[in-house]
Design a protein around this ligand. Structure first.
Ligand code: Z5A
Ligand code: MG
Length: 205
């Protein structure tokens, strides 16, 4: 059987990276084949350009950086696909949904933003870690990265409301780390035992 494709989305500081790592560790400790992916993947050539942009070392046109974030996902596609087909579950920390929501929140056209990611793999489930801006700011405040600003983050949250559909699982990220982890495990354990063929049709409807 193929692996599951699990995406974790959410606003800044909601605990995505913390929880993705915990999910991978827990599932691996159960003897399952699981691998973590994170977007942006800052280690590749496109990822290095994205990293430099986020750290405000370089400037870039909003459209150009949007396309780079998308390219960063396309370059991982073959690897993700082959793992899934071999039966490895992948836990993905941010995906195309972040891509659209951040760029649309900056003012780019929503439909234009979706175009470059059309035809990527479609996740089996998206978990949205929901956290208010006030709660997020209690977690250490914002750093120096480009998008770590309150007004932009509030607009990103509104854009997420547009991309999420009834299949998304909203997780209350204000709970303790253990409680959030348990809620996420419940979602993963509830995935269909027979997920059907891998779908490479994101936003093709
Ligand atoms: N971006 C984009 O524009 N286009 C795209 O296509 C993609 C991304 C894919 C960098 O992403 C930026 O890229 C991001 C979106 C944009 N800009 N912003 N904002 P990133 O994923 O690399 O960002 P990050 O640096 O990892 O931050 P993050 O993802 O927002 O944080 P997080 O992963 O959700 O949270 P965390 O690091 O796990 O936890 C944050 C802190 O809270 C940390 O101190 C934890 O110990 C603490 N924490 C975690 N859980 C809890 C609970 N339950 N209680 C209390 N404290 C907690
Ligand atoms: Mg993170």
């Amino acid at each position: 059987m193929r692996g599951y494709f699990v995406v974790v989305e959410g606003c800044d500081r909601s605990g995505k990276s913390t929880q993705c790592e915990r999910l991978v560790d827990r599932l691996q400790s159960q003897g399952k084949a699981v691998q973590l992916f994170k977007f942006p993947d800052r280690t590749t050539q496109t990822g290095k350009m994205i990293d430099s942009y986020l750290k405000q070392s370089t400037q870039m046109d909003d459209h150009a950086i949007h396309l780079l974030f998308s390219a960063n996902r396309w370059e991982a596609l073959a690897h993700m696909k082959s793992l899934l087909e071999q039966g490895t579950t992948i836990i993905v920390d941010r995906y195309a949904f972040s891509g659209v929501c951040f760029s649309a929140a900056k003012g780019l056209d929503f439909e234009w933003c979706r175009q470059p990611d059309i035809g990527l793999l479609t996740p089996d489930v998206v978990m949205f870690l929901d956290l208010s801006m006030d709660e997020a700011e209690k977690r250490g405040g914002f750093g120096d990265e480009r998008y770590e600003k309150r007004d932009l983050q509030l607009r990103v949250r509104q854009e997420f409301n547009k991309v999420m559909d009834s299949t998304w699982k909203t997780i209350d990220a204000s709970k303790s780390r253990d409680e959030v982890h348990d809620d996420m495990m419940t979602v993963v354990e509830g995935l269909s035992p027979n997920p059907g063929p891998l779908r490479q049709d994101l936003w093709m409807d």
